[in-house]
Design a protein around this ligand. Structure first.
Ligand code: GAL
Length: 951
């Protein structure tokens, strides 16, 4: 093959590869598709973070303007070669807002914490065996608006903190020793909500490596359908291709029972053209599957394997469940044919200590707490939660009202909606799609026009689930969204329930939001000045009802399919009913740590039917109130309760449905006990006892072992007991912590909405007897972890947790940044030695060619050439000890830096050169003059790097 010149006078890469044997290997491997199984690697560890924005100098010159508009030349921290040597190391999930101070000048709705702008960067390498495959970057949630660059090329922009993105970065990445840079600019100045939204890359990130022909992310649709008493599993699989040519493959789909047995199977051929998608459709008849129920949420796996004549190409898995449900306009909701009221709560997504960067295992703890309260449905308000949270709902048997964040039908927002439906449409937990919450447009023609477009888009992707919206107006308009919805959701307006049912006798309806009651956990005296609300379930917002009151409205109306109480858990921001210094809500049935408030016991008593619930309140520490009446309430599902104080009966009564039982008991220290009866028989009891002063700290971990994977986390409850071991429910003392071993403390909290103590700390005050420490196993660690807790004058506590070896972690290793000066200019060949300090004019794009090494010159009469590049030098390479390394120069050469000669290569024979780089300014200009041996090719044939230390 004859080497050819391109029209800029530099040799094209292919020609160089023909000349250089080493280069030929690289070209050949470009044709090879990566073989084997797909990999989904965590990209969570190893990011660099800068809080704040980086102002860019305004660009006025023609040359600089020309450059910054080129695909990979984005200036500043978006660029591949930006100096981030002073940035902080963080692992994801990360929420920078929760690290910040409380500030009355910040937005109350967002919890009085600064949000602002932040940048993240990550370096990684990809083995050459990945070449020819498909590389996808997945960002599961970034609050709030964000832009993503790979190697300086903008690859994605996103306008929501609640949707995930799968970005095909195959065209932009480099392989082998070359280091790839991912940069993410996060704008959290913008808001999508009136609650605490956090800031940053607060969900997981992944790198997915697959064959060029592969099953698309969320590309399996497998949602069982029951028709005429028989189950089938209709499956469609989207196959995408980044291959260079059309390919044929076979798709093999298997349904696996929980024990791993294959219970149904089908195959279909797929033909996919280069850079196109194809969809395969299959039908799997399923005989007598085990149903997905709230008590036994049986999940089946759907496994799709793509293969061609040479073997498996790709595979993917999803899970699903077999259940039926329907909403009935007269009789409410039915699951598997059984009438089932939706005993729901709405929740946001932040937790004590960690903000919105909630580890999956802490989500599991939160959801278990909700389930044990009798919750059978969750509304993730007002947005999609993380996929792992939806997995928990499927696994724990909790129904989900799956809510879209942005009510908007323009393309960017419709993509957010379709992303949600594609991700969640196989999930047995999902029984409602919700397109909005409380939109001022509701009831208008615009509302209707937008709603019907969203309903139609959902229906196309999933015809099996009804679409709803949470409305607080426009319900009776003959124009609005309600006309387009399958099921109506009413927020708060309990007086509209009857009216709605009469107006729309055929439209199912439920309470999409209610309650908004207030409680401070463990407090029994309302103190307006101190922002404390007593916990008897007597207080609610003007627009809401108590826990008991709201449920009464639902049970009084059999046509109501159920309701979602605002809120299952406290959340930061929207502090109600008190503002500064209160920084989080008082609405939670549990507090920010997921410690039950008394609302939890009221809900249990209302919702749990199959076992006795008896909870006595308040605590029994009322020094100074001897002889005075203390209000006592029992949350119970029993029929009758008897109260005993120090063994003597002080009250007995029937329990009123919904209202429960309330007494006034003259206080005397000791033991107050309640005995509960059903049909005259004792079914349970509960007691509170007056405690002495705190004597000892107690640590109670939720689990005794965790994984050393940098992710698994365990909440540890901190409390104090008196000398007799009785809990001290009104202790508010400060506790300090020490962590030692294979885990670390990632946050602390106590559930006090008025607390301004930091979330990231080694100390915390108890709030009414409790605090929480969240510990997380270190990555690639195992052994023991010891947590110690001390409080002044008290016996300290110590607990040991077993940190288990998590095995090989599927993570993308962190790479170190390298300095590879890029975008070289090459002078035309010249007869005389060029002046090393002469560059093309600022407005001259064409007399010198552009490109990066290898930059070869074929033999010719004009034997000289200048190569020139300007580049930023990272501070950690600018210490006077770095070297410029020119891997291969053909010809003699002089190397100049910023107009000063660094050294030279005196022989014509191709060879390397390394020269020290003196300390200097951050911007450097490197010039290499090359003189060819007569009749021989010449140039910079190998890469040019600035390497730290001596090469
Ligand atoms: C509702 C709203 C919720 C929350 C709640 C507080 O109107 O949908 O997001 O603000 O009020 O009571």
């Amino acid at each position: 093959m004859h080497p050819t010149f391109d029209d800029r006078g530099a040799w094209p890469r292919t020609a160089i590869h023909c000349l250089l044997a080493a280069g030929a290997v690289m070209l050949a491997s470009m044709q090879v598709a990566r073989a084997g199984t797909p990999e989904r690697l965590s990209l969570d560890p190893g990011w660099l973070f800068l809080q704040g924005d980086v102002p860019l100098p305004s660009i006025k010159g023609k040359g600089a303007s020309y450059m910054t508009t080129k695909a990979n030349e984005t200036p500043g921290p978006a660029g591949a070669d930006y100096d981030d040597s002073t940035w902080r190391h963080v692992d994801l999930p990360h929420d920078w807002a929760v690290e910040g101070p409380f500030d009355p000048d910040q937005n109350r709705a967002q919890g009085y914490r600064p949000r602002g702008i932040g940048w993240y960067r990550r370096y990684l390498t990809l083995p050459v065996t990945d070449r020819g495959g498909n590389i996808e970057l997945q960002l599961d949630g970034v609050a709030t608006h964000s832009t993503v660059w790979v190697n300086g090329i903008v690859v994605n922009r996103n306008w929501s903190g609640y949707n995930g993105r799968s970005i095909d970065i195959t065209p932009y990445v480099r392989y082998g020793k070359e280091v790839n840079t991912i940069a993410v600019r996060v704008d959290a100045e913008v808001m999508e909500g009136w609650w605490y939204e956090g800031a940053g890359m607060y969900r997981h990130t992944w790198l997915v490596k697959r064959d060029a022909v592969h099953i698309a992310t969320d590309g399996i649709h497998a949602n069982p359908v029951r028709k005429n008493g028989r189950w089938t599993l209709p499956v469609t699989v989207q196959v995408d291709s980044s291959a260079a040519a059309a390919r044929d493959a076979q798709l093999d789909v298997t349904l696996l029972a929980p024990d791993g047995r294959a219970v149904a199977r089908a195959t279909a051929p797929v033909h996919v053209d280069a850079l196109h998608s194809a969809t395969a459709t299959l039908d799997l008849p399923v005989r007598n599957p085990r149903p997905w129920t709230l008590d036994k949420p049986t999940l089946y796996r759907v496994r799709a394997v793509l293969r061609d004549t040479k073997g498996d190409i790709d595979s993917a898995e999803t899970h699903t469940g077999f259940r039926t449900f329907r909403f009935d306009a007269d009789r409410g909701f039915f699951l598997n044919g059984q009438p089932t009221k939706l005993q729901g709560v709405a929740i946001h997504q932040d937790h004590a200590g960690v903000g919105v960067a909630v580890p999956d295992s802490i989500w599991e703890y939160r959801m278990r707490q909700l389930k044990s309260m009798g919750v059978n449905a969750i509304r993730f308000a007002h947005n999609a939660p993380a996929a792992e949270v939806m997995d928990l709902a499927d696994r724990l048997g909790i129904l989900v009202m799956d809510e879209n964040r942005n009510f908007n039908t323009s393309p960017d927002y419709m993509q957010q909606l379709t992303w949600l439906v594609r991700r969640d449409r196989n999930r047995p937990s999902v029984v409602l799609w919700s397109i909005f919450n409380e939109e001022p447009l509701q009831g208008t023609e615009v509302d209707y026009e937008m709603a019907r477009r969203m309903v139609s888009a959902i229906r196309e992707l999933d015809p099996t689930r009804p679409v709803t919206a949470a409305m607080h107006g426009g319900l009776f308009s003959d124009k609005g969204a309600v006309q387009a919805l399958d099921v109506a959701g009413i927020n708060y307006q309990v007086w509209e329930y009857e009216h709605f049912h009469k107006t729309y006798p055929n439209k199912p309806v439920f309470s999409s939001e209610d309650t908004s009651a207030f409680m401070s956990r463990g407090a029994y005296r309302t103190d307006v000045a101190q922002h404390v609300v007593a916990s008897y379930d007597d207080d609610a917002a003007d627009w809401g009802q108590t826990q008991r009151g709201s449920w009464k409205h639902i049970t009084d109306h059999p046509f109501m399919a159920g309701g979602f109480a605002w809120t299952g858990l406290d959340y930061r921001g929207e502090p109600t009913p008190h503002e500064w210094p209160s920084a989080s809500s008082f609405f939670g049935i549990m507090d920010l740590c997921a410690f039950p408030k008394n609302a939890y016991w009221f809900r249990q008593a209302l919702w749990i039917k199959d076992k006795p619930v008896v909870k006595l309140m308040p605590h029994w520490n009322w020094p100074g109130k001897e002889g005075q009446p203390v209000k006592v309430r029992v949350a119970t599902n029993a029929q009758r309760v008897r109260l005993l104080l120090n063994g003597a009966v002080v009250g007995e009564k029937d329990v009123a449905t919904i209202d429960m039982a309330t007494f006034d008991v003259p206080y005397a220290p000791g033991k107050l006990e309640v005995v509960a009866f059903r049909d005259g028989k004792e079914v349970g009891r509960d007691a509170v006892a007056t405690s002495g002063l705190p004597a000892r700290v107690v640590l109670t971990p939720d689990r005794s072992a965790l994984l050393g994977d940098g992710a698994d986390a365990v909440p540890v409850t901190v409390s104090v007991v008196d000398a007799q071991g009785r809990p001290v429910p009104d202790a508010n003392l400060r506790v300090t912590f020490e962590a030692d071993g294979a885990a670390t403390i990632i946050g602390v909290g106590n559930g006090d909405p008025n607390s301004h103590e930091p979330d990231k700390a080694f100390e915390r005050s108890l709030y009414n007897g409790l605090a929480q420490v969240i510990v997380q196993g270190r990555r690639a660690a195992h052994g023991t972890f010891t947590l110690r807790a001390r409080a002044d004058g008290l016996q300290p506590a110590e607990v040991a947790l077993d940190v288990r070896d998590a095995g090989a972690l599927a993570v993308v290793p962190e790479a170190q940044p390298i300095v590879r000066p890029g975008t070289w200019r090459s002078s035309p060949p010249q007869a005389e030695r060029p002046d090393p300090n002469v560059a093309p004019a600022d407005n001259d794009n064409n007399s010198w060619a552009w490109g990066d090494p290898p930059l070869g010159t074929p033999p010719g009469d004009k034997r000289w050439r200048a190569f020139r590049v300007s580049f930023p030098l990272r501070a950690d390479h600018n210490d006077g000890r770095a070297h410029v390394v020119l891997r291969e120069i053909a010809g003699k050469a002089e190397v100049w830096l910023d107009g000063v000669k660094l050294g030279e290569k005196t022989s014509f024979a191709p060879g390397p050169l390394a020269l020290p780089v003196p300390h200097g300014s951050g911007w450097r200009t490197l010039t290499v003059l090359v003189e060819a041996e007569p009749g021989k090719p010449s140039g910079l044939l190998g890469e040019v790097l600035i390497e730290r230390g001596t090469p």
